[in-house]
Design a protein around this ligand. Structure first.
Ligand SMILES: N[C@@H](CCC(=O)N[C@@H](CS)C(=O)NCC(=O)O)C(=O)O
Length: 225
């Protein structure tokens, strides 16, 4: 039995934590959370994560939630996930970039992917249209940053790239016009080539197969445009 377990639901932002664990080449188990059954809102699951969300990292028996916290924790232990620095301001800037992913991009990803969750079926398209519009500003910023560098931090791959990649993939899947952002598309291609990313996706796919076999795979209805 491994000392590290990641609670995930396929396609969810837990993929960000799966990618970084794979990048670190850590041995870990995955535990599939059945959203369609409301497993994440049960008292048993809430003993692990009272917020009723994935991801949860169980590290040597201790639970840690939030991608930003998981990434910074693992980086403190193993390095490699963020550019090394002892400078408090530089570290805080890295934290700001992680928070940009989790607090600015992620909520828009969710509104693009599952607008009816927030607004009901009748208003879903309006919410998605607004989220498309809001996302454009940030995708332009990311695209510009990546215009003359391979990764968010120049030549150095970091966990920010994993987070950006998940956001890209999620909105692409929901019909967002990612082709408008050529440098971000190139970044996605580079990410897809990384063995760690391939392994994380394989874990997600395995989890999807389990849920599909149980009739519990969540597939949001695409918005007709
Ligand atoms: N800020 C959190 C976000 C966690 C989150 O929203 N997870 C979603 C999946 S992407 C979830 O568990 N949703 C289930 C629900 O809210 O019912 C993080 O980065 O870990």
């Amino acid at each position: 039995m491994s000392n590290i377990t990641l609670y995930l639901s396929p396609g969810s932002c837990a993929r960000v934590s799966a990618i970084v664990l794979e990048e670190l080449e850590l041995e870990f188990e995955t535990q599939v959370v059945r959203f369609m059954q409301g497993e994440h809102k049960t008292p048993t699951y809430k003993m692990i994560n009272p917020k009723g969300k994935v991801p949860v990292l169980i590290y040597h028996g201790q639970a840690l939630t939030e991608n930003v916290a998981i990434i910074t924790f693992l980086n403190q232990l193993y390095g490699k996930l963020l550019p090394p620095t002892n400078n408090p301001l530089d570290f805080s800037k890295q934290l700001a970039d992680l928070c940009f992913c989790s607090s600015t991009l992620h909520p828009l990803v969710t509104r693009i992917r599952m607008p009816s969750f927030f607004a009901g079926e009748d208003n879903a398209k309006t919410v998605q249209d607004l989220a498309f519009k809001a996302m454009d500003e940030f995708f332009q910023l990311i695209d510009k940053t990546l215009s003359d560098q391979k990764w968010w931090y120049s030549d150095n791959w970091s966990a920010i790239d994993a987070y950006l990649h998940w956001c890209f993939w999620r909105v692409q899947d929901a019909g967002y016009p990612v082709e408008k952002y050529q440098h971000f598309c190139d970044h996605a291609e580079r990410m897809a080539q990384r063995p760690a990313v391939k392994r994380a996706i394989a874990r997600d796919n395995a989890a999807s197969l389990i849920l599909e076999s149980e009739g519990l795979l969540f597939k949001p209805q695409p918005i007709v445009r």
